[in-house]
Design a protein around this ligand. Structure first.
Ligand code: NCD
Length: 430
């Protein structure tokens, strides 16, 4: 048993995690971890399940892999330096990450959880101002970036839409970006043109985050999606390696799935089933990229076939606003992920995801609301995870991630233990 205690203590030390953060990371209750750490002679000490031991070993192995760069030398650069875009602290594409830097970012997100869950507060970004420029529709991305910055102690100035921005007067991206840089300390930008956020980034030295560039990428969404998958899997004792991910919907214009499939490709031996209406299939360059990493890809138009046995089902909305002559109006009902089909072909531990918004209009046939009471539906755990992940992104891009843990104080107010009336038991904030 003392071997078990040593293993756990060593893991916490090497991962630099508190007991709270470590039990979060393992997806186990803090109380369970405490009993595994008790001395043998205590009447309350327990043996940890073999699966947890394996998972701890896997985390440590990944840490070690991430710490070693080509040539075998340890990489002691910060996460921000390792993911830099042309030497600058921007987040433009998931291609900036490797598995090591991604896992390290998740570790920072874990540290943010008590703040995101309203138990702790920090003022680490006190005085910093975020500029939020959204030239396309958004609710969650815009507000969650803003809330994440505020929860780090910063404040937010924003503009939404072209109509009320100087771009409507013909101002260039270069000028807008340079002007904003004089006002704020970081920029989050959403714009309808692919590549446009990179153009903002070239015109400034302050951090720029791509919050969606047309049909291009949406890196923070994919990062929070993968973080959600990892957390769900760790609760179930599953690993991302070797998993089966079914992705359904508008795979041509859906930027969230473009970023997600690239991130998942960093893992090993995945199977993807891609289910799309005709003319909305995944772009060939992404299929090639995923295949080059040795993953299996199957494309089908049968939802039943594609969902069978999947560990993760990721549904997306038809991106009608991006259509260039495509005939289709919405999904036909055969493409709707609904409870009867999920019950028939998915497993009890399959997780159901969607970047949201769900299109609830008649004929859209997007992810069905009849799954709302099903604990496999992880869509609001995804949105909740947007806060710690975006806090982690700001912290690493602004170089304060090491100071966060020390800076935390108890929150002075109380929140309900469950913020949604339909939340599953494990969604609780405590
Ligand atoms: C997505 C987007 O904007 O790409 N929304 C989001 O940010 N969660 C998905 C969509 O609009 O369908």
């Amino acid at each position: 048993m003392s071997q078990q205690q040593d293993l756990l203590r060593d893991a916490m030390r090497r991962l630099n995690l508190t007991r709270d953060a470590f039990s979060e990371r393992l997806g186990v209750r803090r109380r369970a971890l405490d009993t595994w750490l008790l001395p043998d002679d205590s009447g309350e000490s327990r043996a940890m399940p073999e699966m947890v031991g394996k998972f701890v070993a896997e985390i440590l192995q990944r840490e070690a892999l991430g710490a070693v760069v080509a040539g075998g030398a340890a990489d002691d650069r910060s996460i921000g330096q390792r993911i830099a875009a042309e030497g600058k602290p921007h987040l433009l594409s998931v291609a900036q990450f490797d598995r090591g830097s991604l896992e390290d970012l998740f570790q920072v997100a874990d540290i943010m959880q008590p703040i995101a869950r309203r138990q702790k507060v920090t003022r680490i970004l006190e005085g910093a101002v975020l500029g939020s420029l959204f030239f396309e529709a958004s609710t969650r991305t815009r507000v969650s970036f803003g809330a994440a910055f505020c929860r780090l102690g910063g404040t937010v100035c924003d503009t939404t839409g072209f109509t009320f921005s100087s771009m409507a007067k013909g101002e260039s991206i270069y000028d807008t970006s340079r002007v904003m840089s004089g006002y704020v300390d970081a920029l989050v930008v959403r714009h309808p043109d692919q590549g446009s956020v990179a153009e903002f980034a070239r015109a400034t030295n302050i951090p720029v985050i791509n919050a969606g560039d047309g049909p291009g990428e949406h890196p923070s969404q994919a990062i929070l999606d993968l973080y959600t998958i990892q957390r769900e899997f760790s609760r179930m004792g599953k690993l991302v390696d070797g998993t089966h991910v079914a992705i359904v919907g508008d795979l041509k214009y859906g930027r969230t799935v473009h970023s997600l499939i690239r991130l998942l490709a960093l893992y090993r031996n995945l199977k993807f089933t891609l289910i799309a209406p005709p003319s909305l299939e995944m772009p060939p360059y992404l299929l090639e990229l995923v295949a080059r990493h040795g993953h299996v890809i199957e494309q089908t138009q049968s939802l039943e076939e594609g969902l069978r046995g999947a560990d993760v089902v990721y549904a997306t909305r038809i991106q009608k606003e991006r259509f260039a002559g495509e005939e289709i109006e919405g999904y036909t009902p055969e493409f709707q992920v609904r409870k009867s089909l999920v019950d028939a072909v998915c497993k009890p531990d399959t997780i159901l995801m969607h970047p949201l918004p769900r299109d609830g209009r008649p004929g859209a046939n997007d992810l069905s609301v009849d799954l709302n009471h099903d604990p496999r539906l992880a869509i609001f755990r995804q949105t909740d995870n947007g806060i710690p992940v975006r806090m982690a992104l700001f912290a690493v891009l602004m170089g304060v991630e090491k100071q966060v843990a020390r800076s935390m104080r108890d929150a002075g107010w109380r929140s309900p233990a469950h913020i949604g009336p339909d939340d599953a038991d494990f969604d609780g904030l405590d």
